[in-house]
Design a protein around this ligand. Structure first.
Ligand SMILES: Cc1cc2nc3c(=O)[nH]c(=O)nc-3n(C[C@H](O)[C@H](O)[C@H](O)COP(=O)(O)OP(=O)(O)OC[C@H]3O[C@@H](n4cnc5c(N)ncnc54)[C@H](O)[C@@H]3O)c2cc1C
Length: 354
């Protein structure tokens, strides 16, 4: 299959979450005529809920080496993508601090063993056992902590808004649903290729695709000054605190086997906020800016899907790793169709330098 040969291709992208938006943007930069179908005007898609953590090491607790390798590749790609989009996207790469309360040291030690086992010789280059307060002075005194040095984060809203802005200016943006989607066709219009990036809405076309509910809280906490992402290990849940600009923090996320998009439960709210308060008392006076719930598109083995057939490619199954995986997964899918996404990223980098 080589879609990149010859004349300008007319391509349809169905769904403008992070996978569809990145696919459309790369193909737009590579000279294709892009038609995007996206009905979500109110930014309710799963990609707008994400905390934007790029955490391949922390994910190794349950994920495999494939996710880790794709994640490391994406971590390298994000700065190039951000630069090519004009640079105004919050991105920070000072790592994640994994902490636990003394009574929970069992789960912490288990993570330590898992990472040593899965990372092998790379463990000592990427992870450092530290005292949490030596890096984040304001945290309450906790037990031993682990710095996952190479982890990063990107502001999901800013990244998606920048992609949408570029696509709305330079492509055909159809603010409506694709009612019919098949090889070479969307809503009876014919294309050279169709990309199905509908997330969970594609569950009837992808074997085993199912929803995993996640909840996240955004707060403004003027009394909290934390620079790094903090992951709190607990026997029943893992909770992260992601520092954003202007002392905003995202606290997440639950993981519930359900495709219920209804409002956040009291239990989840209590667990997330208590975990944050347990590591920094300044969260007590924080103001809640938003409670957000969404459903992650997951496959049975939690691996991403790239499925090509003549005239149709499906990209899906990004589960809880949409921002961590999408740059690498989309680059791989497009490479399999004959495109070199690295070429235009390097061109943009060169143009930014001169
Ligand atoms: C609480 C929470 C926190 C998360 N935190 C992180 C994180 O820190 N890091 C990370 O990497 N990932 C995170 N994720 C996961 C991430 O959000 C998902 O993996 C990602 O959003 C999936 O992207 P997608 O583009 O495949 O699907 P989606 O974002 O669901 O996008 C699919 C799009 O398709 C559109 N669509 C559906 N049907 C149609 C149709 N018929 N026609 C046209 N368009 C259609 C929808 O409107 C939607 O915009 C989190 C998820 C949740 C819920």
């Amino acid at each position: 299959m080589n879609l990149a040969d010859g004349y300008t291709k007319k391509v349809a992208i169905v769904g403008a979450g992070i996978s569809g938006s990145l696919t459309a943007w790369h193909l737009q930069q590579l000279g294709c005529e892009i038609h995007i179908y996206e009905p979500d005007e109110h930014k309710k898609s799963c990609s707008f809920t994400a905390a934007g953590m790029l955490a391949p090491m922390a994910e190794l607790e349950s994920a495999n080496d494939h996710i880790y390798q794709l994640g490391m590749h994406s971590i390298a790609l994000w700065p190039q993508i951000i630069a090519a989009l004009g640079g105004n996207i919050f991105h920070r790469d000072n790592g994640t601090l994994v902490v636990c309360h003394r009574q929970d040291e069992g789960v912490f030690n288990q993570l330590l063993s898992t990472l040593k086992n899965k990372l092998g010789g790379n463990f000592s280059q990427q992870c450092e056992v530290v005292h949490s307060q030596s890096l984040e002075r304001e945290l309450k005194p906790l037990g031993t902590s682990l710095l996952l040095q190479n982890e990063a984060q990107v502001d999901a809203h800013q990244a998606l808004n920048a992609l949408h802005q570029s696509l709305k200016s330079n492509s055909h943006w159809h603010a409506r649903k694709a009612d019919k989607l098949s090889a070479y066709k969307v809503n009876d219009e014919t294309f050279d290729w169709v990309f199905d990036c509908r997330g969970l809405a594609a569950k009837h076309d992808i074997n085993g695709l199912h929803g995993v509910r996640g909840e996240v809280i955004t707060v403004h906490a003027p009394q909290v000054n934390i620079e790094r992402m903090v992951r709190v290990m607990h026997p029943r849940y893992r909770i992260y605190i992601v520092p954003r600009e202007n002392q905003k923090y995202m606290i997440g996320a639950t993981e519930i086997q359900s495709d219920d998009t209804g409002p956040m439960s009291v239990r989840s709210t209590l667990e997330l906020l208590s975990a944050a308060f347990s590591v920094h008392s300044g969260f007590a006076e924080a103001r809640i800016l938003g409670l957000d719930t969404n459903v992650r598109p997951a496959t049975l083995d939690h691996q991403p899907v790239i499925d090509h057939q003549a005239g149709l490619t499906r990209i899906n199954g990004l589960y809880r790793h949409g921002y961590l995986l999408a740059p690498a997964v989309v680059a791989k899918a497009l490479q399999e169709l004959g495109f070199n996404t690295q070429q235009h990223l390097m061109q943009a980098e060169y143009e930014n330098c001169i």
